[in-house]
Write a protein that binds this ligand. Structure first.
Ligand code: ATP
Length: 384
């Protein structure tokens, strides 16, 4: 039997142990609750605090800055002492009420431009283009020659145009010409669509233009192809809404890029539009896209050439009178002639044939004509 004092000591030890362990347990619980409380307080603070506005620093003065807010309006505002060193062009966060600049957005938002534009090494050759001999010659003179032989221009003492404007109805080969000249000069082909630039990248169009041209210089020789240029460079009577101001800023950036270019540098710009009539004359002023090349609906001979290009890999029935067939393609664009070939191929496939007959082609012409008519009617319905 254990001595009585040992017994008493054990009881005392267990009481002390119980007490201390329960006190550390409650200490821990207490700590945990305090932490949770702090976190919840922080969360409430976050929910209560108003959002900060992302702006761009335009100009810096001693203790103030001119900032541009996303809708294009500019303000002269104070700079908080916590801000650190600022530079014009920095993206910053500003208080909503008084627009005081609070802090710099850590990384200036740089686009991965290549995600937004099409960059490729095209495979289109001059032989893939039918009926545009004059246009090909002009584009060779204005784009290909200066890229390949800049010294020739230096010797003669003239400056070639910085770029060209291709204008004419849809589907007539403007993109093809731009791609073919990129291929002929081994240039990187960078394609931007004007409408996308102003609709998709609201507030960022001007920045994107700047970065696209930076990329073009890095990847030179390059051709910057701006399709639907009218969406960006249309004449504006007045610049009222913030959307219009945004388009205008993007356009101004484009002009600034064009003006900053060296005519004999290895970046060339090709603009394309179906609406030359609404273009702002600033874009076609000398020193900018001052060589205008019309790409119209193909004539009789041109249509024949285009048909031959697109049907060269097809197995056509013998004895088809191609000239008579092409006559039926009144007012067809190159794209529509291409569509005739594709549709005729489908008619053959549907009947399990690999040879395309005259009938297939005639049916295809009617089908494309009908679609063209429907498109025309839709156009009239919407635009009168
Ligand atoms: P948009 O104004 O709608 O952008 P676009 O003038 O740039 O049209 P393209 O994209 O060059 O037209 O042409 C569309 C397609 O039509 C081409 O891929 C090609 O298949 C065919 N095509 C158009 N014109 C010609 C042509 N002159 N020679 C051969 N194919 C042509």
């Amino acid at each position: 039997m254990a001595p009585p004092e040992t017994n008493n000591k054990n009881v005392l030890d267990s009481v002390i142990y119980k007490y201390t362990s329960s006190s550390t347990q409650s200490d821990e619980e207490n700590k945990l609750l305090k932490e949770t409380l702090n976190k919840l307080r922080e969360e409430i603070e976050k929910l209560k605090s108003p959002p900060l506005m992302v702006c761009e620093i335009k100009e810096l003065h001693e203790k103030t800055a001119i900032i541009s807010i996303p809708n294009g309006n500019q303000f002269c505002v104070n700079i908080s002492d916590t801000c650190g060193k600022l530079r014009a062009g920095d993206m910053v966060l500003a208080e909503q009420k008084n627009l005081t600049v609070i802090k710099v957005v850590p990384t200036t938002k740089k686009f991965n431009v290549e995600k937004f534009v099409i960059v490729e090494k095209p495979t289109v050759t001059w032989k893939d283009i039918g009926g545009l001999d004059n246009q090909i010659r002009e584009i060779q003179e204005v784009v290909e020659l200066p890229l390949k032989k800049p010294e020739l221009f230096k010797k003669v003492g003239i400056k070639p145009p910085k770029g060209v404007l291709l204008y004419g109805p849809p589907g007539t080969g403007k993109t093809l010409l731009a791609k073919a000249v990129a291929k002929a000069t081994g240039s990187t082909f960078i394609e931007i669509v004007g409408a996308e630039l102003v609709q998709k990248f609201i507030g960022e169009g001007a920045k994107l233009v700047k970065e696209i041209f930076e990329m073009a210089r890095k990847k030179a020789p390059s051709i910057v192809f701006i399709d639907e240029l009218d969406a960006l460079a249309a004449k504006r009577m007045e610049i009222g809404t913030s959307g219009e101001r945004e388009v205008n800023r993007t356009f101004m950036q484009l002009l600034a890029e064009l003006d900053g270019f060296n005519e004999l540098g290895n970046v060339k710009i090709i603009g394309a539009t179906n609406r030359k009539d609404i273009l702002d004359p600033a874009i076609i002023r000398p020193g900018r896209l001052d060589r205008l090349i019309e790409v119209g609906v193909p004539g009789k001979e041109a249509k024949l050439e285009i048909f031959k290009i697109h049907s060269k890999n097809m197995t056509l029935e013998k004895g088809i009178n191609i000239k008579a067939l092409v006559k039926k393609m009144e007012n067809f664009s190159g794209a529509e002639i291409h569509a005739v070939c594709t549709e005729a191929g489908y008619f053959a496939i549907r009947e399990d044939r690999t040879m395309v007959t005259k009938d297939d082609l005639v049916k295809a012409v009617s089908k494309v004509k009908k679609e063209e008519k429907l498109e025309g009617e839709d156009y009239l319905r919407y635009f009168g």
